[in-house]
Write a protein that binds this ligand. Structure first.
Ligand SMILES: Nc1ncnc2c1ncn2[C@@H]1O[C@H](COP(=O)(O)OP(=O)(O)OP(=O)(O)O)[C@@H](O)[C@H]1O
Ligand SMILES: [Mg+2]
Length: 369
């Protein structure tokens, strides 16, 4: 069982993008002041900080949409000035909540935008759109010809991510890509993002306002305030050692609970024991930390059984909040354990089949480690 998420230190990973003492001013407003930022390759760097602290400006500088007054930016060891702006932008997918999708274009046309500009062949483009839509869990046959105003907020954001991935860019810039959706959809989008990133291993720079989202998704977390970087490190390190009272306040009082969002269920789960409805409590082994899960003919859990404080209990699984997915965080697992009232949370695969359990004692061990 693998329990610890390995966060890179900058020394361990190759820097892909670097800003070197960049300063940006808009009139009298200093948007960025001498910002030096190393962005590790194939990892997720998350920028977070109060409104107006310079997060979007940093992304715009990386994409050469804004030119710093002083300092410079290096892309893969090359100064960005050495690359053409068009080449630079094409190597970076940009997902922005506020700009959104082109309203007069279908989902297919939106996702196909950059590959078409790049002159890719029509056949391979059609195939690619299908692949990208499937990647963000949208059925191409259902969504290909829809217009953005026929999509829910969460679906539109998935298409935004598919569009950013369109031309398979090595770098993804994402400015609050999951803003403005309800917490449940947001959590699902985060799960999708974790799944996609484990497959594609892009160099991602992700902006968010949401500290839970930041801690959950970041390999490298950058906390900004008033145009400067206050602290940049792995989320674990920042949660354990906030640099000052600003960071401490920003992280909030529930730092130990936040630590639970660092871990996904699949990396902390144990094997689940599935049983038949007819198996009685006498068949339940005496390990009180694990549960027995009654599954239906498809392998989907319908109830869970456990010995709790000397009593044998059985609970029905009849709500989405009772089960967790492989990419759910340990915080969600804790919530499932509490709502079910058992000693473990059942983990299900994409088809709802039981594939493991996350035990309360595992969560407890990780939270104090
Ligand atoms: N085009 C512009 N013209 C003038 N001032 C600007 C412009 N863009 C940004 N600013 C200012 O620069 C500062 C940094 O803005 P930026 O958009 O980078 O903040 P942010 O951290 O992304 O904020 P938010 O979380 O609200 O999106 C702010 O004070 C903002 O008002
Ligand atoms: Mg912004």
């Amino acid at each position: 069982m693998e329990t610890l998420k390995n966060h890179p230190t900058i020394a361990e990973t190759t820097t892909f993008l670097k800003t070197d003492k960049i300063t940006v001013r808009y009139g009298n407003t200093v948007a960025l002041q001498d910002v030096t930022l190393y962005i590790p390759a194939n990892r997720v760097t998350v920028l977070i900080g109060p409104s107006g602290c310079g997060k979007s400006t940093t992304l715009r500088c990386l994409n050469a949409l804004v030119k710093p007054l002083s300092g410079h930016i290096e892309y893969h060891d090359l100064p960005t000035q050495a690359l053409g702006e068009t080449d630079l932008r094409r190597s970076m997918g940009y997902a922005i909540q506020s700009v959104g999708l082109m309203p007069h274009m279908t989902v297919e046309e939106n996702v196909d935008l950059v590959p078409k500009l790049l002159g890719w062949r029509k056949n391979s483009r059609t195939e690619r759109v299908s692949r990208l839509l499937k990647l963000v869990r949208m059925d191409p046959d259902v969504y290909r010809n829809k217009y953005p105003d026929e999509l829910s907020g969460g679906e539109a954001q998935r298409v935004g991510v598919a569009r950013a991935l369109g031309a398979d860019p090595p770098v993804l810039l994402m400015d609050e890509p999951f803003g403005a959706v309800d917490p449940l959809t947001r959590e699902q989008l985060q799960n999708e993002f974790i799944r996609i990133q484990r497959q594609l291993k892009k160099t991602v720079v992700f902006v968010t306002h949401d500290i839970d989202e930041a801690v959950r998704l970041a390999d490298y977390l950058v906390i900004m305030k008033d145009g400067i970087i206050v602290q940049a490190d792995s989320p674990e390190h920042i949660l354990a050692n906030p640099a000052d009272t600003f960071v401490e306040r920003f992280l909030g009082p529930d730092r130990s609970l936040k630590r639970l969002t660092l871990f996904t269920a699949d990396r902390c789960m144990d094997k689940a024991i599935s049983v038949h409805d007819s198996d009685g409590k006498e068949n339940h082994n005496d390990d009180t930390s694990c549960c027995h899960w009654v599954v239906d003919k498809n392998g989907c859990p319908v109830s869970g059984r456990a010995w709790i404080q000397g009593k044998f209990v059985e609970r029905q699984i009849n709500s989405d909040t009772h089960t967790v997915q492989t990419y759910s965080s340990l915080k969600e697992c804790m919530s499932s354990i509490l709502s079910l009232g058992l000693t473990a949370a059942p983990v299900v695969d994409d088809d709802g089949r039981l594939c493991g359990e996350v035990r309360f004692e595992t969560i407890q061990r990780i939270s104090i480690s």
